[in-house]
Ligand binder design. Structure first.
Ligand SMILES: *Cc1c(COP(=O)(O)O)cnc(C)c1O
Length: 367
């Protein structure tokens, strides 16, 4: 019997390397609240992401909530439903109304041709999502945002390390949220960051993640607690040493998948984007009039203890908690893709024999 294959597997440094990294915490007894590891990781990520302004958080979701709060947004925010629960929840939890724009059928990011028509006098921001490592049409979004004086905050949880024409993805929009969750390309166990354009926001973001406390006797904002601790930061410091190698290994897995699944009737793969250096975060496959439906492929793999993921499904505008509030028919392309997409297992240490085994099952081929 083959070993089960999960959709992802967290990258980890050698045990001894992590222990070595956390050793001095037993000298300092400084475990959280922007300690030495936190500062080091922040500096290293600033450099890796080409992001002059960055602040770390305990996870990506709270980072996004704090970013939205930092810009004092009001009213309506245009976003997409083809995303993880976090994006929509952050908007709603910050007291704003998400307005859903449809997505492109080829890269699954916001369809900028359908965006402008959704802008009203209540719109304060656009929160687009880079999906699977594909990036949004950043130039068109910038043009629209400038024209209508809107804030742009990217959900860049999937886009760690992605570059376009040599520019780090963190440099677009007013801010970007990165997630360092265990399942992401780069992890700090749980973790996240906001990168941002205006240096003046540094203090506000730092205060928002620490209860709005600005001095021993002074609390200026209604902030929450979203600080990254030293053990998370130490994990990040270790993992960052190997990130390029990890991405290279992911690339080899993706190339094998493409080689096996390319040009098959009814199987649609995501095309590489022009000028984009990918991070190979996910491998989405769209089953469209294939000999098996998406759900049949999912079950067939599961019977072999291979766990693909219906990601993103359901759409966030179709969640029970938003029942009767939004209409999925207004985002037909997102609905179409969500019903047909499957992300296949992908992580740096996935061996190519297992990729072949997965592809054989999908293609109904004997090994
Ligand atoms: C992972 C993820 C998040 C949330 O990040 P956490 O670090 O898990 O809180 C937000 N948006 C998207 C698209 C994600 O994939």
């Amino acid at each position: 019997m083959n070993k089960p294959i999960q959709v992802t597997r967290s990258s980890m440094p050698k045990f001894e390397e992590y222990i070595e990294e956390i050793k001095d915490l037993w000298d300092s007894h400084w475990l959280t609240n922007m300690g030495i590891k936190h500062k080091q990781l922040e500096a290293e990520l600033s450099s890796y992401l080409y992001a002059p302004n960055i602040t770390l958080f305990t996870n990506g979701h709270l980072a996004l909530e704090c970013a939205i709060a930092a810009f004092n947004l009001t009213g309506e925010v245009i976003t997409t439903p083809f995303t993880f629960a976090s994006t929509t929840h952050a908007i709603v939890r910050d007291g704003l109304e998400p307005i859903f724009c449809d997505i492109n059928p080829d890269d699954y990011t916001i369809d900028t041709d359908k965006l402008e028509i959704l802008i009203t006098d209540k719109t304060s921001a656009i929160i687009p999502v880079h999906v699977y490592g594909n990036i949004c049409n950043v130039n068109e979004i910038e043009r629209i945002a400038k024209k209508h004086n809107l804030t742009v905050i990217y959900d860049a949880a999937h886009a760690f390390g992605v570059m376009i024409n040599g520019v780090g993805i963190a440099n677009f929009g007013d801010a970007s949220m990165f997630s360092f969750h265990a399942t992401k390309v780069f992890n700090t166990i749980e973790g996240g960051a906001i990168t941002f354009r205006n240096e003046k926001l540094t203090k506000r973001l730092n205060d928002l993640k620490n209860f709005g406390i600005i001095g021993p006797e002074s609390v200026e904002y209604v902030g929450g607690n979203a600080k990254m601790n030293e053990f998370q930061a130490a994990m990040g410091i270790c993992n960052l040493r190997y990130i390029e190698g990890e991405i290279e290994k992911r690339k080899a897995v993706v190339e094998r998948y493409v080689e096996r699944l390319n040009n098959i009737n009814g199987i649609k793969l995501s095309e590489p984007q022009l000028g984009v250096k990918s991070n190979y975060a996910y491998f989405p496959v769209v089953f469209d009039e294939y000999q098996m439906s998406r759900d049949e492929v999912f079950e067939k793999l599961k019977a072999e203890r291979i766990y693909a993921r219906k990601y993103f499904y359901p759409l966030t505008n179709n969640f029970e908690c938003y029942k009767d509030r939004f209409d999925v028919e207004k985002t037909p392309v997102a609905k179409y893709i969500a019903n047909r997409v499957l992300t296949l297992p992908l992580y740096a240490d996935l061996v190519l024999e297992d990729v072949d085994r997965i592809c054989n099952i999908i293609l109904n081929k004997q090994p």
